[in-house]
Design a binder for this molecule. Structure first.
Ligand SMILES: Nc1ncnc2c1ncn2[C@@H]1O[C@H](COP(=O)(O)OP(=O)(O)OP(=O)(O)O)[C@@H](O)[C@H]1O
Ligand SMILES: [Mg+2]
Length: 260
């Protein structure tokens, strides 16, 4: 479990994160949602130790990474997998070399063993026969899957994904969402996903933190969203008239069920 407690982060005199607290749970896809500029990426960067908040605590199984010594931080880093905005594969490396990169960095395994692990995770994300291809030779959806394979190759305990669906069509997005969800449950990973993709929210929102202008505005699950009366959340999620109608229909249906 990761606990964020009273985190404040500014750049110059601009307050970006204003006293934010929440927990992220193992075996769940924990989403951070919110409009562009609401502070999702800054929050994630604080959580992985790339930015240092001025105040607050970020606890990994009770250990505060803001006060921990560098050696212990290195141990936690090893347990973190990351999938950044864009897929951020190394263009000059093949698919296989990309996925093997963390193994070369962090293990002393034999080449044969590393190759076996690479093939194992590539199979997991349903990529076969592409080991020798370069990123430029595969589609956007495949790139994301390769990046996901690279993020999980070291068996992370924590997985951070910043906009894993950006630039993908809705169906390919769902494939990525389901893969992340399956991997999260299978390995009991504490997964944190930044997104403003409504399909992801409704499909994979086991636990959702909604950020508005650097503050936590709402917290709940995808099931709670339909019944939430939070005005800001509603206008963010159900932005179109069509979606507002769908929400009202769902509420009506639930009320009828309660009566019968
Ligand atoms: N390194 C930085 N220096 C100064 N300001 C920054 C820096 N990084 C982010 N900000 C500011 O922090 C605010 C929140 O940015 P952030 O990238 O977290 O938004 P976001 O919610 O991830 O948006 P998006 O959905 O567009 O990715 C923005 O106003 C941004 O300009
Ligand atoms: Mg962002």
């Amino acid at each position: 479990m990761i606990e964020v407690k009273n985190v404040k982060k500014s750049f110059g005199d601009k307050e970006i994160l204003k006293d934010v607290s929440f927990s992220m749970y193992p075996g769940q896809t924990n989403l951070i949602i919110g409009a562009s500029g609401s502070g999702k990426t800054v929050m994630m960067k604080c959580m992985i130790g790339l930015f240092k908040p001025e105040e607050g605590q970020i606890l990994y199984e009770g250990q505060d990474i803001l006060t921990i010594d560098p050696k212990e931080m290195k141990e936690i880093r090893k347990q973190i997998g990351m999938l950044f905005q864009g897929s951020a594969l190394f263009d000059s490396m093949t698919v296989e070399e990309n996925v093997m990169f963390p193994l070369n960095m962090f293990t002393h395994d034999s080449f044969a063993k590393k190759k076996e692990r690479v093939n194992e995770v590539l199979t997991k994300v349903e990529i076969t026969d592409a080991n020798r291809k370069f990123p430029a030779e595969i589609s956007g959806g495949m790139k994301k899957r390769v990046a996901l394979a690279r993020a999980i190759v070291l068996n992370p305990k924590y997985l951070f994904c910043d906009e894993p669906n950006s630039g993908l069509d809705p169906q390919t997005s769902l494939v990525i969402d389901h893969l992340i969800g399956d991997i999260t449950r299978e390995y009991n990973i504490t997964t944190v996903i930044n997104t403003h993709d409504m399909n992801t929210v409704m499909e994979s929102g086991d636990h959702i933190v909604y950020m508005h202008k650097g503050q936590k505005q709402w917290e709940g699950s995808n099931k709670d969203i339909i019944f939430s009366e939070d005005k800001l959340l509603n206008s963010f999620i159900f932005a179109s008239e069509f979606l507002r109608g769908a929400k009202e229909a769902k509420i009506k249906e639930a009320n009828l069920k309660k009566l019968s």
